[in-house]
Design a protein around this ligand. Structure first.
Ligand SMILES: [Cu+2]
Length: 122
């Protein structure tokens, strides 16, 4: 009889453990951040500053860095608050190409001449 109670105790303990780990897992998923690399048409340090400053204000963005050499913008964002589509659109609205999304024409026209993609790198 005592053995049986012990067995039930073990089963309950395992059950609680499984439930608990499930809850922890769900919480992790909620605050998940994802890293996205976007190929942009940025040219110089001014582009870097502009992109990083503007993207930092984008909803869900937690970190942003542009590598001027490769023109790759690395964005870390909360998966629940943004998406690759939204982030590319945001880059386009600043005036730069973002992967297959071309730069927003109006925003591009507002860029200083040295930051336009058809200008030779400097
Ligand atoms: Cu520039």
């Amino acid at each position: 009889m005592k053995k049986k109670i012990n067995q039930i105790g073990t089963i309950v303990a395992i059950f609680v453990l499984v439930l608990f780990s499930g809850a922890v897992h769900a919480q992790e998923k909620k605050s998940n951040t994802e890293k996205l690399e976007i190929k942009t048409s940025a040219i110089c340090e001014m582009c870097k500053t502009r992109l990083e400053e503007n993207m930092a204000f984008e909803k869900g963005v937690t970190a942003v860095t542009l590598d001027v050499e490769t023109k790759i913008l690395t964005v870390e964002y909360k998966t629940g608050k943004s998406s690759p589509e939204k982030l590319r659109k945001a880059v386009s609205n600043i005036g730069y190409d973002a992967d297959e999304v071309p730069a927003n024409k109006k925003a591009y026209d507002r860029l200083p001449g040295c930051c336009k993609k058809d200008v030779a790198p400097h």
